[in-house]
Design a protein around this ligand. Sequence first.
Ligand SMILES: *Cc1c(COP(=O)(O)O)cnc(C)c1O
Length: 471
Amino acid sequence: MKKDKDNLHHMTPEEFRSAGYATIDWLVDYMSDIEKQPITPSISPGDIRASLPNHAPEKGEEFDILLKDVERIISKGLTHWQHPGFYGYFPANSSPPAILGDLISTGLGVQGMLWATSPSCTELETHVLDWLVELCGLPKQFHSSGNGGGVIQDSASSSTLCAVIAARERAGGSKFLTQMCAYISDQAHSSVEKDLLIAGISSDHIRLIETERDFSICLEKLNLAIGHDLNNGLIPFFVVGTVGTTSSGAVDDISGICDITKHTKAWVHVDAAWAGSATVCPEFQHLLNGVENVDSYVFNPHKWLLTNFDCSAFFVADSRPLTKALSIVPEYLKNSQSQKGKVIDYRDWQVPLGRRFRSLKLWFVLRSYGAEGLRSYIRGHVAAAEWLAGEIAINHKLRLVVARSLSLVCFCHVDGDHASEVLLKKLNATGQVLLTHTVLSGNYTIRVAVGGTYTSKRDLEILMKLIEKNI
Ligand SMILES: *Cc1c(COP(=O)(O)O)cnc(C)c1O
């Protein structure tokens, strides 16, 4: 490396160009070899740190050494989320257009806290979220042409936190905090409870509503709980419906929830973090029946819509309670466009001030694949999961614990929890697949979340063969 006389060396444009090409080459090679690697690394806690020097280097190092160390050290401790045999948790899609969109975002180094700090950053975001409204058949209250609109957050957890904050504001703010009650099913995602606690709702005011046999929220119990709290002078302020629960893919009856809450002032939020992506297909839009009456909605293109983490699409029917709660304008952020009220300043729609130019990667994905490509992507996974569920259903040693939901298949060994646990361990030990588990009605359950960018029916045939070999 060139030695500059003050010991500071920025890459020259040519060095940057060749390091950039080398990095993309490395990533392409990583992906083309991924199936040969075991999905989870066989290392012990501390192994990776033990391979790293104790101190940051005093002198700058060459880029090719850095890249070699990614290969030599980092790649030894990776879980290969993009391996087509990855069925754990929910997917975290990655695709070339999204990677490149994110690269441009990083390269631009734009910080889009205000419209004024990069108009393209704000306007592209508003625009692609309006595209999503249309593409996913979402109701018009989530379109930016009215009082509401969409915003990209880092995660569904943050999106739901914003929903809680807006709901708290609309219900009178902190003055009434000790009276506020929230309602979520016992299958709602753990992040919802965490968000409520962060917002200052006391844990004994978080009502965990029991679920039906299909793990959807029991409307009768919800109705009773709300009525009971109203009678006691409490304020039902927040109700969550989940479309596609994490454990089993259960779908709450959103219309039914809205029928119950319409006589209250409660804010209804729908969490479709995983399943929401499926609504690019018209045949799955019925999952959101009733969403036209809710206050906010979230789904994660970073799970199952080919867009790299982080990209959580959050929509509100009316942004005013959100911005009222989150807008504080110090002197140093004042500018004429914001003061005229003609622009969106997304800093007021989220907890942090700063924000990345995330819409670029989503824009690249929507344009590269097109609606048709995205639909056939989702349909491919759903059809493959349907095939797998059929194979499991006819296998006398296996049992589907619940009906398949979209591309999520939940099953167990008929011999019980221990046999299921052993089966899961054996499958994961092959290194060719990764599955995770949950507990449904007290039963140890193996989950197969089909949704990897490169996962196809062929991969599920491999999985089924492994299952047959190991039961
Ligand atoms: C994954 C998931 C979440 C959390 O998503 P993050 O973006 O990681 O915060 C919330 N709700 C449901 C239903 C999920 O599946």
